[in-house]
Design a binder for this molecule. Structure first.
Ligand code: GLA
Length: 392
C-alpha cells in the first residue's frame, strides 16, 4: 500500500456511507456504551453491587452521556430447575434476575447478562450448550436487553455454529437483544460475525496496564491496540470490533494512560463499557469517562472506525472521519520522553492548503495549527486528541 493510501481512504470514507453491511435489526448502530461487572468485581458480583452500579450510572451523569447497558458478567448463574431453566445463584441474587432487570429499567437503563457457548462458563458456572432456546426465552422473560456470550469449555465446537445457534434463539424471542460475541478473536469473527452478533471481542482479556502480559493471556492496552490495528474496515453500524471492557479507574494505569485508553477505544469505535466500581470512582476517573467530546467521536453516526495513519516508532497518529466531514485524530506517545507528534493536514485526507481549525478534546479548547502541522506535545504514555475541521 502506498504512503498516500491512508489519506485517500480518509477522504473517501468521509464522503461515503459507513462501510459493511448495515445492521438488519437497528440495534447497536453506534458502539454500545455501559458498564460491565467483570473487571472490577470478577466473581464477587451480587445484586447490591449491580444496583449500586446502576444508581451510580445515573448519579454520575453517565446515563445522560450515553452509558446505557448495565451488564452482569460471569458468576450470576446458579443451577437449572426441573424444566431446564437456568436460575440465578440465590445467595448472590436473592431477588432474582427479573427484579434486577426491573430495577435497572426503572432507572432508564438497559440490562445485560453473561453466558457461554460451552457446558460451563469461564468461571465454571452452567453454560448454555444444549439449552440455547430455553435460555434465550428465559432471558427475554426477565427483560434482558444485551447478552455477552463467552467461549470457554467449547473444545471441538465450531464458533460459527454455536454463535449462530444462540443468535437465532435470541431473535426467535422477538425481543430486541444486543448479542455480544466473546471468543477472543480466535476464529477471526470479524470475517463471519456481522449479522450474527452486534459486536465481537477481537482480542484476549484486557488487563489494567499499558503493555503487560500474563501467563494466561491477559494483556495490556497497547497490545490490544496492536492486535486490532488492522480490523477497522470490518466495523460499522450494528457490527463492531470489541477491544474489551475499559480499565479506566483501575490501579495500574496512570492518568495519561487512562486518557490514552479511552481516546483510542473511542477512535477505534470499540464499545465503551466501563469496568470500574462506579459507586467509588474518583473525580479524575469520572472526568475521563464523561468526556463528552471524546464520546461524540465514539458515537459518531458515520460509524467508521479509526486506524493508524502514521507510525514513527514511539509516536503514532490514529484518525477517523466523522459524519460532519471533520476528522478525529489521536496523537499517541508510546515512548518515555515528551515529544511532538504530528501529521500534515493532507495526511488527514484534506486538500493541500485546506484551512482547518483544531479542537483539543481533552483541553476543551481550540488550539493553533503549528506551521501547517496538526501537532501536539504529548507526554509519555499519553495522547493529545483533536478534532480537525475544514473552514473556508
Ligand atoms: C472470559 C472473558 C472475560 C470474562 C470472563 C468471565 O475470560 O473474556 O471478559 O467474561 O471470561 O469468566
Amino acid at each position: 500500500m502506498g504512503p498516500l493510501a491512508p489519506a485517500i481512504r480518509l477522504a473517501l470514507l468521509a464522503g461515503l456511507a459507513a462501510p459493511g453491511a448495515p445492521s438488519s435489526d437497528g440495534l447497536a448502530l453506534t458502539p454500545p456504551m455501559g458498564w460491565n461487572s467483570w473487571n472490577a468485581f470478577h466473581c464477587e458480583v451480587n445484586e447490591s453491587v449491580v444496583r449500586a452500579a446502576a444508581d451510580a450510572v445515573v448519579a454520575s451523569g453517565m446515563r445522560d452521556a450515553g452509558y446505557h447497558y448495565v451488564v452482569v458478567d460471569d458468576c450470576w448463574q446458579g443451577e437449572r430447575d426441573g424444566e431446564g431453566r437456568l436460575q440465578p445463584d440465590r445467595e448472590r441474587f436473592p431477588s432474582g434476575m427479573k427484579a434486577l432487570a426491573d430495577f435497572v429499567h426503572a432507572k432508564g437503563l438497559s440490562f445485560g447478562l453473561y453466558s457461554g457457548a460451552g457446558e460451563l462458563s469461564c468461571a465454571s458456572r452452567p453454560g448454555s450448550r444444549g439449552h440455547e432456546a430455553v435460555d434465550a426465552r428465559t432471558w427475554a422473560e426477565w427483560g434482558v436487553d444485551y447478552v455477552k456470550y463467552d467461549w470457554c469449555h467449547t473444545e471441538g465446537m465450531d464458533p460459527r455454529d454455536a454463535y449462530g445457534r444462540m443468535s437465532q434463539a435470541l431473535r426467535a424471542t422477538g425481543r430486541p437483544i444486543v448479542f455480544s460475541i466473546c471468543e477472543w478473536g480466535a476464529s477471526r469473527p470479524w470475517t463471519w460475525a456481522a449479522g450474527v452478533g452486534h459486536l465481537w471481542r477481537a482480542t484476549r482479556d484486557i488487563q489494567p496496564c499499558w503493555d503487560c502480559g500474563t501467563e494466561w493471556g491477559g494483556t495490556g492496552i497497547m497490545h490490544i491496540l496492536d492486535s486490532a490495528a488492522e480490523l477497522h474496515a470490518f466495523a460499522g453500524p450494528g457490527h463492531w470490533n470489541d477491544l474489551d471492557m475499559l480499565e479506566v479507574g483501575h490501579a495500574g494505569l496512570s492518568a495519561g494512560e487512562s486518557r490514552a485508553h479511552f481516546s483510542l477505544w473511542a477512535l477505534l469505535a470499540s464499545p465503551l463499557m466501563a469496568g470500574n466500581d462506579l459507586a467509588a470512582m474518583t473525580p479524575a476517573t469520572r472526568d475521563v469517562l464523561l468526556n463528552r467530546e471524546v464520546i461524540a467521536v465514539s458515537q459518531d453516526p458515520l460509524g467508521v472506525a479509526g486506524w493508524k495513519l502514521l507510525d514513527g516508532g514511539h509516536d503514532e497518529v490514529w484518525a477517523r472521519p466523522l459524519a460532519d466531514g471533520s476528522r478525529a485524530v489521536v496523537l499517541l506517545n508510546r515512548g518515555t520522553d515528551t515529544m511532538a507528534v504530528r501529521c500534515r493536514v493532507e495526511d488527514l485526507g484534506f486538500a493541500p492548503g485546506q484551512k482547518v481549525v483544531l479542537r483539543d478534546l481533552w483541553k476543551h479548547a481550540e488550539v493553533p495549527l503549528e506551521f501547517g502541522f496538526v501537532e501536539g506535545k504529548v507526554k509519555p504514555h499519553d495522547v493529545v486528541m483533536l478534532r480537525v475541521t475544514a473552514v473556508d
